[in-house]
Design a protein around this ligand. Structure first.
Ligand code: NAD
Length: 353
């Protein structure tokens, strides 16, 4: 299992260092892991002038999975667009054809009061949003702004082929199979033909998964239900734009950006795993960043790219125990808990592993 580690910028090196300690511990327990580091984002611009250098392209192409910290920072904001760190992120997703984005929103009962929603609404929340990542209105042609009849008109194209819908539906059904067996497909079929096709193809794909209970919901209702009663969901599958919005909404139900991992997968389950947060330049280098989202990203990697469910559960259980023992980085701190830094949080996870 070859893993490329791209620490990136800001807090990236601090949080990936803790995730690497977890991987090293699993390796010494017998998992056959090989780790190799590379440059992506601002740190790559500093050294090579490019946010996604050729050496990194080669490294991630031959790796079976990629662990990413985060990229970006104010130092790079004035660079031309093609040299910005975020371009490295878009380029790596494109290079690896990562069409499936998996974003769990889990709220451990110990952190229920961190959410802005009532604890009884969100405590124990465990949902997974599967978002299509390479199609839809974000990439559809034609697109643009042009003059028509003496005024400017802006337009984009919402487009999905049945192949694109079917492959993301398969990812979602398979994810539901590993969870509680319920899948909700979100569309807007009452007004958009593109998403009528979405619904039709999801229903066709469901024939391969008779054990999964499939439901459908219009996106406006889904946005409402996510804040009204989020625990009704197990897995949600949706297109790129709806998924962009709903996955951010769902992550904020948990109130803690430092806790949430993500996976982006290709057709062979090769994946890029990263916390959902950014490089947090405001706290970089201070040993205060929460490394748990990155450590939980490693658990997702073991589950989805390497089918090592036991190792994934070991990590997730270690994180649960750490929270139950009262360890908190400052982003999730509450009075009465044990405030720890990034490295101490890593120590606590290792101790429970
Ligand atoms: P951010 O997610 O980096 O930070 C938002 C807030 O959350 C900050 O106050 C930060 O201190 C806090 N935070 C984030 N992660 C944390 C952690 N692990 N522990 C504790 N607190 C944490 O978002 P931003 O400030 O809008 O962006 C900063 C930079 O990150 C920008 O350059 C942006 O482009 C980049 N970015 C990168 C990615 C990525 O690499 N995937 C994603 C989003 C933003």
């Amino acid at each position: 299992m070859k893993i490329a580690v791209l620490a990136g910028d800001g807090i990236g090196p601090e949080i990936t260092a803790q995730a690497q300690r977890v991987l090293t511990a699993l390796k010494s327990d017998g998992l056959k892991l090989e780790l190799e580091s590379g440059l992506l984002g601002g740190c790559a611009v500093d050294v090579t002038g490019e946010p996604f250098p050729e050496a990194t392209r080669k490294l991630v192409t031959k790796a079976d999975a990629v662990l990413l910290g985060a990229v970006g920072g104010p130092k790079y904001d004035s660079l031309p667009r093609e040299k910005r760190p975020e371009q490295g992120l878009l380029a790596i997703r494109k290079e690896l054809n990562l069409f499936a984005n998996l974003r769990p929103a889990i709220l451990y009962p110990e952190l229920a009061s961190v959410s802005t929603l009532k604890p009884e609404v969100v405590s124990g929340l465990d949902i997974l949003i599967v978002r299509e990542l390479t199609g839809d209105i974000y990439f559809g042609q034609p697109r643009g702004i042009e003059q028509r009849n003496g005024q400017r008109v802006g337009f984009n194209t919402m487009i999905y082929s049945e192949m694109e819908i079917r492959r993301i539906a398969h990812v979602a059904f398979q994810a539901a199979r590993k969870r509680k067996g319920r899948l909700c497909s979100v569309d807007k079929m009452n007004v958009l033909e593109c998403t009528q096709l979405w619904r039709d193809v999801v229903i066709e794909t469901a024939k391969d998964y008779p054990e999964i209970s499939l439901s459908h919901m219009l996106v406006d209702n889904a946005a409402m239900q996510l804040v009204r009663d989020p625990k009704q969901f197990d897995v949600i599958v949706t297109g790129n734009m709806f998924g962009d919005i709903l996955s951010d909404e769902a992550s904020m139900l948990t109130g803690s950006i430092g806790m949430l991992p993500s996976a982006s997968l290709d057709e062979q389950n090769k994946g890029l795993y990263e916390p959902i947060h950014g490089s947090a330049p405001d706290i970089a280098g201070k040993d205060v960043a929460n490394p748990l989202a990155t450590i939980l990203s490693v658990a997702m990697m073991l589950r989805y790219s390497f089918a090592q469910e036991d190792a994934a559960l070991r990590i997730e259980n270690a994180v649960r125990k750490v929270l139950a023992q009262g360890f908190r980085t400052s982003d999730i701190y509450e009075p009465g808990m044990k405030k720890v830094g990034t490295i101490e949080m890593g120590d606590a996870v290792l101790a429970n592993l």
